[in-house]
Design a protein around this ligand. Structure first.
Ligand code: FES
Length: 86
């Protein structure tokens, strides 16, 4: 696999291209977002069913991290950084 650099909430992270983004996000910290009630959410089913792993990818909101392959230069925003629930 090819190593690439992506940006998670503005922080550069080296990752392997083609691997699922959800696995990387889980390794960085299990929570990817918070609900309106403030509950942490992250990788749960890992196969695109539960929608607990929603992040913004290159400006597109509500992308399932577990179903998104890592690409060079991609920019990930979590609601943990913005403080806005998703
Ligand atoms: S972890 Fe369930 S949809 Fe991604």
């Amino acid at each position: 696999m090819t190593e690439v650099t992506i940006f998670v909430d503005g922080v550069a992270v080296v990752a392997e291209a083609g691997r699922p983004l959800g696995a990387l996000m889980h390794r960085l910290g299990p929570a990817m977002r918070r609900t309106r009630e403030g509950a942490p959410r992250g990788l749960f089913c890992g196969m695109g069913v539960c929608f607990d792993c929603l992040v913004t990818v290159d400006g597109v909101a509500d992308r399932r991290a577990c179903m998104t392959p890592i690409r060079d230069g991609m920019r990930i925003e979590t609601s943990l950084a913005s403080g806005n629930p998703s």
